[in-house]
Design a protein around this ligand. Sequence first.
Ligand code: FEO
Length: 168
Amino acid sequence: MLSDKLLEKLNEQITHEFFSAHYYLAMAAHFKKEDLDGFANFFIVQAEEERFHAMKFFEFINDQGNDAVITGFKDPKRNFESAEEIFALALEHEKLVSSLINDLMALAQEEKHYPSISFLQWFIDEQVEEEASMSKMLNQIRRIGEQGHGIIMLDRELAMRTFTPAAE
Ligand code: FEO
């Protein structure tokens, strides 16, 4: 069983992860509108990853003998100016998620709740990759700019991205 405090925070993380999926889907919608289907695909796949993250928390809470609570959240931002703005926002969002995961780990350690510590370690590692991926994309966009050949080449590359759930 989880303590009330840890359960509350783990349940909140389900909402944060589902919100992340919505946020990235809103970003995908922007790229669809711009006919940049590869960039849209990048964020559609990212949204799938976020739902996968949410379900990991859902399953873990249930496996611990507690009740997962599903709540709503605010609408994500829907108007974006540029690819650079989107990737900067996505990186900022991943940094926020990393801080939430770090806080969860700190709480699990404070409570010496070893199953949670073990479970959360996967997310600590995952967030390193999530931030690196958005940071790399942001740097590439800044290098090639919003128009021209570079963006089309990158769009083609991003069209290849598929969702492969990471190993446990
Ligand atoms: Fe679920 Fe992108 O962190």
